[in-house]
Design a protein around this ligand. Structure first.
Ligand code: ATP
Ligand code: MG
Length: 221
């Protein structure tokens, strides 16, 4: 199957001397649901940040749909990010804005009409068990609710690739199951998913490829 993503000898060094990623190479097939695991500090978040172009590699190259990320000019990056949804480990939500505003933001920027935005946002919030919470301020939500708002924001735009960094870290076991079911559904609908977690319960018995990072190195490329 065609690759949606390819990393070639990607390293990330934080000066003066932290090697967060060390010559990492792997490919992700279109439609795959891939897990990345490893202990705290292994480089999981760094890896996702590089794929989203929140940061750039110190050396090596990342290809998304065949195009090197280093070739994207600053003004093209928003177009790249429309195709890649992200659930950040620390959410990065706008705390003083409503749930609706947070989830709608990328659709508003793209200039979709108001009715279409409302329809899509309401639908995804209902799917994530947040129906009726549209007007609540994010700062008033629990950690688990914020996590689901972050997931809603990442997927409302129907990205081709979804990056999820510990997306169940604040959820109880029932909500974790629900969110994992949503990932499975999104994947069945064609979204490629890369999920980073240190929680092996998320991937055991799921029969998906699991990449293991340790001190910035891939143990099983
Ligand atoms: N902006 C930064 N500046 C300096 N060092 C950083 C930065 N971001 C990450 N690091 C370092 O890079 C290494 C990898 O960090 P990273 O956050 O990618 O790990 P992780 O696998 O996501 O860990 P966790 O499971 O705790 O989320 C760590 O040693 C970390 O301290
Ligand atoms: Mg992390």
């Amino acid at each position: 199957m065609e690759d949606i993503l390819r990393l070639e000898n990607v390293s990330k060094i934080y000066e003066p001397h932290i090697t967060a990623l060390d010559e990492v190479s792997f490919s992700v097939a279109k439609g795959e649901f891939l897990f990345i695991t490893g202990p705290s500090g292994a480089g999981k978040s760094t890896l996702l940040n590089l794929i989203f172009r929140a940061e750039t590699p110190t050396s090596g190259e990342i290809y998304f749909e065949g195009r090197p990320l280093s070739s994207y000019k600053r003004k093209e990056i928003p177009f790249l990010r429309r195709k890649i949804g992200v659930v950040f480990q620390d959410f990065k939500l706008l705390e003083n804005r409503t749930v609706f505003e947070n989830v709608a933001i990328s659709l508003v920027i793209q200039g979709l009409n108001e009715g279409e935005i409302r329809r899509r946002v309401v639908k995804i919030l209902e799917r994530l068990g947040l129906g009726g919470r549209e007007t609540q301020l994010v700062k008033q939500l629990s950690g688990g609710e914020k996590q689901r708002v972050a997931l809603a924001r990442a997927v409302v735009n129907r990205p081709r690739l979804l990056l999820a960094d510990e997306p169940t870290g604040n959820l109880d076991s029932r909500r974790t199951e629900e969110v994992m079911d949503i990932f499975e559904d999104l994947n069945a609908e064609g979204t490629t998913i890369i999920l980073a977690t240190h929680d092996e319960a998320l991937y055991v018995d799921r029969h998906r490829r699991v990449l293991v990072l340790d001190q910035g190195r891939l143990l099983n490329p």
